[in-house]
Design a protein around this ligand. Structure first.
Ligand SMILES: *Cc1c(COP(=O)(O)O)cnc(C)c1O
Length: 466
């Protein structure tokens, strides 16, 4: 390109002010801060300038430039449509909060709160106290403490109860959870010394008993979470372990992972011990997540004996992993739903989605398939299939509840490419691909999202961008 060619090309570019006057861009100014829109316009013009200088042909029609700006000004953290059927999708933010939790967050976020202020005494209070009573009421524990997430809860408990001393764990429970949380690594980080007992598939109570020495600080039970050992197996129950702990004057801890307050067997899901059962079995410290089966915000919940919880509250690490006020607001609201467990099944999205009846899912799949077929025309194959959803979040890995899916097959377009194009829709749609078909699992789809899905699929046929 000669310098004259370059200048001629660059002269075609509109100025920033000009783009800001495009009607579509003016609409964006009503939604986003002016600075963010200006920044997006600069970014888009910069990209176009670079393309022109490389001699590429670019689309400079105002609609096209405005569409680029609309895309560039979107926040990085965005709402997506979860069509994967995975209810607790860790990459998609795990639990969706219940309506009252959303209201509680808005109320706590928009003004001052009594976060650490005791209104009865007019003095400084403890943030943990706000949910301690309800956690004890729901789980039967003597005391409770909440922190940033369950990984932090385990680290805090180990570092409080076992630094420099030994913790006995079954080999079959040395699990790795997603995001590089591994029991042996957390143990090392806490300063505790791991003592593995038993074998991968079988651990007996005598294995724990034989490993107890004067250096032992804790007996630890870890929920296997995202995997299962089947066949010739033996695991020591939390009740047996707490009996052994009492015999030797040692605390027993259970990292329950997901943790549930309702018995899910009633809905055809596999047995998961409830937090109440583990506390009732005499386990001294129980930790679990706020945003797995509980269906609340990201949090780590620790319940158990008063003396151990009191020691954890004094650990300086507690300050480093403390829970914030928005999480506390959402957690309290979520826990209150459990005061009527039957009602919680309909008000808490995680529980409602996990227990959605197959008949309901099939009826919705039929409706969505009809809408998609009408919108996409005869060359796209659309059909309904029954399948299985995953629970996700490392909970109930063998559950695979029955579900209904809408499958799509596009002419001259691989399902994988169709799935990638749907990620560029607004809002992005996350799907599954199975046997070269695009699969939309109705379990995690709300009927209110049907128009978004048909719109996004229509757009992907045209090449992907809206
Ligand atoms: C998920 C899980 C954790 C980590 O919990 P986060 O809330 O994600 O930090 C720890 N232990 C077990 C057994 C788990 O399943």
């Amino acid at each position: 390109m000669t310098p004259e060619d370059k200048n001629a090309a660059l002269r075609q570019l509109p100025a920033v002010d000009e783009v800001l006057r495009f009607p579509e861009v003016r609409d964006l100014l009503a939604v986003y801060p002016r600075g963010a829109v200006v920044e997006a316009v600069r970014g888009v013009l910069g990209g176009l300038r670079a393309a022109l200088l490389r001699g590429e042909s670019v689309d400079l029609r105002p609609e096209a430039v405005a569409a680029g700006v609309a895309q560039a000004v979107l926040p990085k953290l965005r709402r997506v449509v979860n069509a994967t059927g995975v209810v607790l999708h860790t990459n998609l933010g795990r639990a969706v909060l219940c309506e009252r939790a959303l209201q509680a967050i808005a109320a706590a976020a928009g003004g001052y709160t009594n976060l650490e202020f005791d209104l009865n005494r007019g003095k400084r209070g403890e943030r943990y106290a706000l949910v301690e009573e309800i956690l004890c009421r729901l789980t039967g524990a003597e005391a409770a403490l909440v922190v940033n997430n369950n990984a932090a809860a385990v680290l805090l408990a180990l570092s409080t109860l076992a630094t420099g001393r030994e913790v006995i764990v079954s080999r079959g429970q040395l699990v790795e959870i997603g995001g590089s949380f591994r029991i042996p690594d957390v143990m090392r980080q806490s300063g505790a010394i791991l003592v593995e007992v038993g074998t991968t598939n079988k651990t007996h109570l005598s294995d724990y008993r034989n490993a107890i020495t004067e250096r032992t600080a804790l007996l630890l039970h870890v929920h296997m979470s995202n995997y299962r050992i089947v066949g010739f197996t033996r695991e020591v129950s939390p009740a047996e372990l707490s009996g052994l702990g009492r015999e030797h004057g040692l605390p027993v801890m259970s990292d329950l992972g997901s943790g549930t307050l309702v018995d899910l067997r009633r809905f055809g899901l596999p047995y998961e011990p409830t937090v109440q059962e583990i506390v009732g079995a005499g386990v001294d410290v129980v930790t679990f997540s706020g945003d797995k089966l509980l269906g609340g915000p990201q949090a780590g919940i620790i319940v158990g004996r008063r003396e151990y919880i009191a020691r954890m509250k004094k650990n300086p690490l507690t300050r480093a992993v403390r829970i914030d006020k928005l999480t506390l607001a959402a957690l309290e609201a979520t826990l209150r739903e459990y005061l009527d467990p039957q009602e919680a099944l309909t008000t808490i999205p995680t529980l409602r989605l996990l227990t959605r009846p197959l008949e309901e899912l099939k009826a919705l799949a039929g409706r969505l398939a009809g809408e998609l077929a009408a919108a996409l025309g005869p060359e796209v194959a659309v059909w309904v299939e029954e399948g299985c959803s995953e629970v996700g979040g490392g909970a109930l890995p063998t559950a695979l509840p029955r579900t209904a899916c809408v499958c799509l097959s596009f002419p001259e377009l691989e399902a994988g490419e169709a799935a990638r194009r749907l990620l560029r829709a607004e809002p992005p749609v996350v799907t599954r691909v199975e046997r070269d078909a695009l699969v939309l699992d109705l379990r995690t789809i709300d009927p209110a999202e049907f128009p978004l899905l048909t719109g996004a699929c229509r757009t992907l046929l045209r090449g992907g961008t809206q």
